[in-house]
Design a protein around this ligand. Sequence first.
Ligand code: ADP
Length: 481
Amino acid sequence: MYEYGSLIGGEWRDNAGTAFDTYNPASPGEQVGRYRTTPGDAINEAVTTAARGQSAWAAHPPAERARLVNQFLDAVERRTEAIAEAVTLEQGKPLAESRGEIGKSLREARFMAGEAVRAHSHVVPAQKADCRNMVLRRPRGVIAAITPWNFPVLTPMRKIAPALSHGNAIILKPSELTPAAACLIAEAGREVLPPGVLQIVQGAGDVGGTLVGAAGVQGVTFTGSVATGKSIYAAAAANLAELSLELGGKNAVVINDTDDLDRCLDQVVGAAFQCAGQRCTAISRVIVARDMERPVVDGLRRRAEAVVLGAGTDADTTMGPLVDGRQLETVAGFVERAVAEGATAVTGGDRTSVASHPQGHFYQPTILTGVTPRMEAAREEIFGPVLTVTAYDSFDEALEILNGVEYGLTSSLFSNDSALIQRFLDESENGMLHVNHGTIPDDHMPFGGIKSSGVGAYSVGPSAAQFYTTEHSAYVQHPGR
Ligand code: ADP
């Protein structure tokens, strides 16, 4: 059992606040954690403590900050097995995926530690004689971070590492469904970091709302749903805080032509069913040239039927349960309505159970065919193991379907036709563009979306500096002129 309260100024406050619990999605009767909601006055105290901690942290020379961040990352890495177990027990994904998530987080974070000592400021030619103009960047200050339940390590680390490397203090509110991993990460931080630069508050949306709107917060970074993103945007306006929002996706792969359909479909299915499809970058739509529809559907079906459902702690499992009963109902409702609208589930299409965990929130890997662009399942984010297939007759039509959704996160094209590739790079309305490449992002490339998928600077890689630092134009003229 994980038991944590709030981490404020380097100390855990275990007693204050009302209790809330987490449960294993593979065995919903099994309690995994008990946490304490952070009261409002403690949230304000965390902000004051962060402001103090940040001044001292920013005064460390950047190379020293980089050294300490790297030590913190080493301390996280040493806890890999314990953190992976916490992720699997609260979120449900297979242990191998949990370990993979931690590995990716550490690679991204180590790039970020290096950012502390890379050049972000620069000299610009001056208009006046004897003047030197510089564009300088400074730490932004106190960052509030709100993270979702699907990646309990990756999303917190994507915010903690750049915040610290760029000289900020960060207050993190992890998802109330999966707080254990963030608490273990914060424990690693306590070994190395000065108190007050990495703090944890606990609770649901009301705590998140209070944190985001607290006086003294200079930047708000959020990953989660569009509806919550809009409410956070409004709450952050109270302080005119800078914002970075990473929201949902309705990501598609366009399969026009390929020399290697197996390689293509392996990547599509991996992107669709990893984390049981509960990923903002999951591929959830296959848009396929009509003459390839048959082999594509056959290949997808075979792969979906090879998925081994089970508890994330079982070694054979390749796909775990959905995170909770509410998510299971949501996914089942989407599929029922799609079938009522005329789609066909060529495989899957229902809840299921596994013998060892009969009460788990399991849903079958599902391929829906005959999905038209107007159907709900083709437009809304399902966040479950469901792939829709829509056929097209011309590339114009493919682009129209690709772009005909409110989201704009990631997209992929499989084709050898250079003219179509150029059009895709110019016209796909998404933050991330992949050609003959699944949607897995590199560890140091900007990550983010356009349209309803995001607002503000992209996280990961060099773009994070735009959010985690402020910009200053400096003019230094020779005295006496
Ligand atoms: P989901 O609906 O999938 O749970 P959300 O976007 O609502 O996703 O939640 C993501 C994170 O945002 C969680 O940590 C949650 O507690 C937090 N949250 C939810 N509502 C609010 C809100 N109004 N203000 C701030 N944080 C919120």
